[in-house]
Design a protein around this ligand. Structure first.
Ligand SMILES: [Zn+2]
Length: 191
């Protein structure tokens, strides 16, 4: 399986077998993955990713675990100040018949998990593939005292109002700025 998160656009491609994978020329020219893991003058790879990129990659990968449609699929990944994973979730992960479940959104799932292990959201950053759209998720974020939300897309019609409410409670909201493509090929090459 190959997962491509384009951090220079919004392309996400997954393949399960050795099928032809199409890149346009511009993508190849600008994709560090195709530039043979070059080393810089200090001997370090030039294409290593940052924590910030890693965390959004994880949120996007969690989104791919959602069985829901593209409009509802979402992934959420929460980290502490030391970049340690506190909780994660994806939409549709929980059965709504489970106690304490009022929605099955990725953010709700992650915050529920965080609560169940007794962790606070203070000084924690939430990476999500989609800005929260539901009142219950917004409420939970405020209650958890999450410090910051980094989101990939915002298709919430009331997004600006919700951001104002969150910012009043000290939750910083930041749109993720894609800078590059991250590619990992899980295919073993024997197919
Ligand atoms: Zn929700």
């Amino acid at each position: 399986m190959s997962i491509q998160h384009s951090f220079s656009g919004s392309i996400l491609c997954i393949r399960n077998e050795a099928s032809v994978f199409l890149f346009d020329k511009e993508t190849i020219d600008h994709n560090p993955y195709h530039q043979a893991k070059q080393l810089g003058p200090t001997g370090k790879r030039l294409d290593y990713i940052t924590w910030h990129q890693h965390h959004m990659f994880m949120a996007q990968t969690l989104k791919e675990m959602s069985p829901l449609s593209e409009e509802k699929a979402c992934g959420c990944y929460i980290v502490d100040q030391e970049h340690y994973q506190i909780a994660s979730g994806f939409s549709g992960q929980l059965d709504s018949s489970e106690p304490d479940i009022s929605c099955s959104h990725a953010i709700f799932v992650a915050l529920l998990r965080m609560q169940r292990v007794g962790k606070s959201g203070e000084n924690c950053v939430m990476y999500t593939s989609r800005f929260p759209e539901c009142a219950e998720c917004i409420k939970r974020i405020r209650e958890a005292k999450i410090s910051k939300i980094v989101y990939w897309v915002d298709d919430n019609d009331d997004g600006e109002e919700d951001k104002d409410v969150l910012e009043i409670d000290g939750v910083t909201c930041e749109k993720y700025s894609p800078m590059r493509r991250i590619s990992i090929d899980f295919h073993d090459g024997r197919g």
